[in-house]
Design a protein around this ligand. Structure first.
Ligand code: 1GP
Length: 248
């Protein structure tokens, strides 16, 4: 069933064309720096805050960060878990994701089976997502035992996205890996977009408004940035990214 947060995202995409989301890695922030980043991002027009990272963090720190975010912003706080330890009750929704090109069944279905009852207990809205790691892949690729899809094989990424659609997943995420040197190329975004009608999320290594513009033009529905906002304090960088979302 499509819940409140998913409806909000779909409506925003419908109205704005493409939306920006801010990723906060609980391991890299304090409660106050997380709130500051989220506040700045919200005031510059980001549409939601995602919370998650590739390596584990203490459950109590995650709880505190998510709680601080919830009380700092009006926009939805959506969990982006790397494992069952990435679930907290202090959020509006969770990307219920399967790492489609993992070689380890744990990341395809194992963690999800363990996490589902917790999500139910916490009353979190669950949004089904096919997660695909491409290019260099970064830490998440190692942790998730992925076989990353090379940038030279966009048709393989498209086949994964189509499989996600046929499974009934409602979003697809092309993940280049947090902090990588080369974000997902426009050509791969375009090839995936051409084959599936699912809203396409693109993230990993995006640092400039120019890169955002290219990815948006290629057909992304959601652009996610994380690292660059932790590195660049203040609102200028977030403004540069968000302003390029719909400047086609
Ligand atoms: C990582 O796609 C996200 O999961 C965001 O990556 O931190 O490089 O922006 P960055």
């Amino acid at each position: 069933m499509v819940g409140r947060v998913e409806k909000y995202l779909l409506e925003k995409i419908e109205n704005d064309g493409t939306i920006h989301m801010t990723l906060i890695d609980p391991e890299k922030v304090t409660t106050s720096s997380a709130s500051r980043i989220a506040n700045d991002a919200e005031s510059c027009g980001t549409s939601a805050i995602m919370v998650g990272g590739s390596t584990s963090v203490s459950a109590s720190h995650l709880d505190k960060v998510a709680k601080a975010l919830k009380s700092s912003v009006e926009i939805p706080v959506i969990l982006f878990p790397n494992n069952i330890t990435g679930i907290t009750r202090h959020a509006d929704a969770i990307w219920f994701m399967s790492l489609l090109n993992s070689a380890d069944p744990y990341f395809l279905m194992g963690a999800q089976v363990l996490g589902a009852p917790i999500i139910k207990k916490f009353g979190l809205e669950s949004i089904p997502l096919g997660y695909i790691i491409v290019g260099e892949g970064g830490a998440v690729s190692v942790v998730g035992k992925a076989v990353p899809i090379p940038y030279s094989k966009p048709e393989l990424a498209a086949a994964h996205a189509l499989a996600a659609e046929y499974f009934g997943m409602r979003f697809v995420y092309l993940e280049a890996g947090s902090g990588v040197g080369n974000p997902v190329p426009a050509d791969m975004v375009r090839t995936v977009k051409a084959i599936t009608g699912l809203p396409l999320i693109v993230g990993g290594g995006i640092r400039t408004g120019e890169q955002v513009k290219e990815i948006v033009k290629a057909g992304a529905s959601i652009v996610v940035t994380g690292n660059v906002l932790e590195e660049n304090k203040g609102k200028n960088k977030i403004r540069e990214l968000v302003d390029n979302m719909n400047s086609q």
